[in-house]
Design a protein around this ligand. Sequence first.
Ligand code: MG
Length: 352
Amino acid sequence: MAAFTNPIVEVSTDEDVTGYGEVNIVEGITSDTPTTAIEIVENYIGHEIIGKDAFDIEKIAEIMDENVRGNWSAKTGIEYALWDAIGKYLEQPVYNLLGGKYVNRIEVDYTLSMNTPSKMAEMALEMMKYGYKTFVVKVGLSNELDVARLAAVRKAVGPDVKLRLDVNEAYTVDKAIKMIKAFEKYDPEAVEQPLPSWDIKGMARVARAVDTPISADEGNSSPQAALQLIENEAVDILNIKPPYHGGLWNSKKVASIAYSAGVPIIVGGVLQFEISRQASRHFAISTKMANAGYAHEGPGPASQALTGNVTKHVISYEDVRQWGGFVELTDEPGLGFELDWSQVEKHSKSTA
Ligand SMILES: [Mg+2]
């Protein structure tokens, strides 16, 4: 990844309040590209919601869905901007509009990108200095190497650190069962999305065959998908990525399904700047099932390699260290960030 290409959405109101949201683009996963997201926001959805009441998020979501099917990232940009605007108008942090603070701080995890086993172990040791107690080990390319990756990281971090595996849909049912049984020697916390997103029955077979909890990420694409995964006993955990669900309101719908079934939530991360990270933090801190013992990536600091930012303040790894492996939220109104316009300008030019 050489650069983020996330459009910023601005929603202005006649109450002298302006909200901002961020569209999260990963072309291989989202149905949006930067160009299509801007086109959809400007020409297919934006003018349909002009004049509506910014508080009417449920209705505006319906209008967006009637005009464009899917394209959740683009819609999330608008939805986040609405929450930011109404929070600022009410002079309340968004979490106070979503159920309040269920906890005072959110535990974060760190994702170890796929690399050689020794490089991944090294990275885990490096990040433990910042207080991380949960790591996501990316696997899925090669049988022996996948086990070697987990083994190397476990050996480096010791028995008390939690290690979660993320397969990103790469296995078949038979392979998943075989691999997870091999992983179990190294005490994984959970295995995420071992099978393709559509294979709910297959996930159920895997979940029945192994002891390790199974999580759905790519497969958990809507409240309806979450319900099907749970009804089919295909998951023990749901990973929710608010930017892929159309924003905070839809994510709360998924959270209600998880709550009803007693299924813990992980708030996953994508390629997010601080705007979208803040939104994920408001979601996580206000959601009971997101505080059921699993750490989160989405609420953590923005990208590992990020060298520029578009907001004045950015939560950093140093902050995570000071908060002991957690992140905290202030009571700033709205989503709680301030855009740095010189940076917005700078980065707009660099990608134009
Ligand atoms: Mg994942």
